[in-house]
Design a protein around this ligand. Sequence first.
Ligand code: SDX
Length: 385
Amino acid sequence: MTDIEIKKGLAGVTVDYTAISKVNPDTNSLLYRGYPVHELAATEPFEAVAYLLWHGELPDAEQLAALRATERAHRALVPAVQQAIDLLPPGAHPMDEIRTAASVIGAVDLADIGNVMDAVGTPDENLDRSIRLFAALPAIVAYGQRRRRGEALVPPRDDLDYAANFLWMTFGREADEVVVDAFNRSMILYAEHSFNASTFTARVVTSTLSDLYSAVVAAIGALKGPLHGGANEAVLHIFDEIGTADNVAAWLDQALAAKRKIMGFGHRVYKRGDSRVPTMKAALDTLVEHYDRPDVLALYTTLESEFVARKGIYPNLDYPSGPAYNLMGFDTLTFTPLFVAARVTGWTAHIMEQQASNALIRPLSAYNGPDERHIEGYVPDAAVQ
Ligand code: SDX
């Protein structure tokens, strides 16, 4: 076997440039188009960060107003999407609902494009598609949770900005400012993270000149996995298993003995803590105070300190966001769909960046199967030799 070095999981492999975000494990920092993410989370509405990811600059007042107008125009749940979701069995996983909805939006939008070569679209068409998905997903996520609860659809309100309207459509009541702010911060933190598995999936699909919707649907499939986006949902399952802070030590003894992955901890790139955690933890602290839930904080801090002490593995963004979404009132099954609603901005920014400077993504493999062998009795046909 020649000395081929396999980089399983592409760990540590740099495959391309991106100008969209910089993840720096050495300084434990994350920049969106040069801006530290914690500064954006403290000062900007999510709509402005979406604009930044797509265009490379923060919007001025006029540009933000135009994006907000377009986002409002595409907020309502499209009947074809609602019908498609309603055709799914009540037990369908929310990520399958979201994947179905994105597929339908794409199919409806591309229906009049006969030639597959034209589906790839122009930069302007793909920016429109990106804004359409960004605007449509809150109603889809909100509808999914209300459908599972047997509650009626809540139409959007044009007098509310993105975060407040998302909460309005989900809960049918106006959220307190502290909740809107925490939710807005979470969407900004979840929006983008360079070549994570779902974003790289979107770039692979885009590299074949397939369309933006197909790339987003593929990314949704990648994000569903518990090693990636499904972890925030899994964190709540762990909290439910443990119950209270005084059960943590015994629970960890069993979990580690069973070689379980503790969801919400660890990261392929960050090895001394996830740069986004302090900002999301601060948002969680405001929610703990707002809802008077010191028990949640006690469990959170006890599990973190115990696990870090035992394994030296630090929390990732999913660890504070799980309990934060729980306190906001979202069902656990809704957590990963919330991740989709945020990350669709990063995915579409990367899709457009890949389109602007494309090369088909096709890595090599090293063969370690059986040596060449032949079918008994096969008579070679001169034409195929
Ligand atoms: C996200 O890439 C991104 O940027 C992703 C993301 C984004 O914004 O897009 O940041 C979002 O996906 C965050 C990660 C969410 N996933 C989880 O919380 C699931 C639990 N985490 C682990 O599965 C793990 O930490 C990964 C998958 C996230 C990263 O794993 P790596 O880098 O592949 O490292 P590894 O699995 O090889 O672990 C190295 C060692 C192993 O021990 P040994 O087998 O060598 O003895 O550390 C152990 C692992 O068992 N380990 C854990 C652990 N994470 C690593 N052990 C228990 N619990 C954990 N969470």
